[in-house]
Design a protein around this ligand. Sequence first.
Ligand code: PMP
Ligand code: GLN
Length: 381
Amino acid sequence: VHPVFADLPVTVFEEMSGLAREMGAINLGQGFPDDQGPIALRRKAGQALIEGSNQYPPMRGLPLLRQAVAAHYGRAQGLDLDPDHEIIVTSGATEALAAAFLSLISPGDEVVLFQPLYDAYLPMVRRAGGVPRLVRLAPPHWRFDRAMLEAAFSDRTKLVVLNSPLNPAGVVMADEDLALLAQFCVRHDVIAVCDEVWEAVVFDGRAHKPLMTFPGMRERTVKIGSAGKLFGMTGWKVGFLCAAPALARALAGAHQFLTFTTPPNLQAAVAFGLDEPGEWFETMPAGLQRSRDRLAAGLRNVGFSVLDSAGTYFLNVDLAASGIDEPDRAFALRAVREQGVAAIPVSAFYAKDPVTSVLRLCFAKGDDVLDAAVERLARAK
Ligand code: PMP
Ligand code: GLN
């Protein structure tokens, strides 16, 4: 491989899903539900494909969808977004992240990132010329404090990237921690890029509170969402960028040269889903919470130590606390090859000083799949 490509390795999700296919394993690695998502949305997408326009939608997205996103975030999170000037539809949260990094980072700008970090952040930040400043979070609480932020922020900080609920930790960041981060952003004149794709997947009666709602943050926050996660259809790749008008203009500048737009039938179906959700935003997390509890109970029964999960599709096993000395990656490779269960080693989410004793499992699966996975993992112990 030419050295210029060395910082763009195959992702751990692709690697583990590939191994799962090869081994015929149960795949609790890459995060996706094993059901296909709300049938009403799929019908709507099919209908829009046959009866609607199949030509370029507007660059910022169908007005219908931008209005639906604004109304949804108004109801769910108390936000007051202007659909004409503050919302851009993207091809998934991944494209939204790329647009944010490409438009907001100039070479040499420092970017504060929290580890564990979603795999797309670091390569994209580096390619945009950003200099990463890492804040290391660790189990069991995965929290940051003032001293950690003092060490990471400087007068060269341009952006901070926040992911809450946090993949892979399953943590919903505490209000007081978000308030502290907001203070740092204001003090250092920093823009926060908030990856909130898991905002609707929170459990035990929690509500998601966007960083954008904290004092001083409305004008300096880029909020990113994903219909793939809102509706459990990860292949749909319809995302949203929400930001104050001046920021949104900069983001649109990058978006127009990345994808320009997103398939119109999927946009129409997502608009329909947001406008007429029925009970979806209650039943979806409730169902996932039951699955979380089933997998956690099963794993505890066979002697694994399970960390709390407050949101996302993921729960984490603490291998060391389960009496397993093997590093997470070695355990994961053995589990997929020998026991037929794919999982993600959490060390893959660290660029430096990895936590090497935590294994991420996706519980967005049917009961029989979860039970079979527990039986197999018990043998890997
Ligand atoms: N950010 C995080 C934290 C994610 O977990 C994911 C995928 N699950 C994404 C971004 C990508 O979202 P999308 O599929 O909408 O591009
Ligand atoms: N977000 C998914 C996960 O965390 C993976 C998405 C991908 O494979 N790129 O499992």
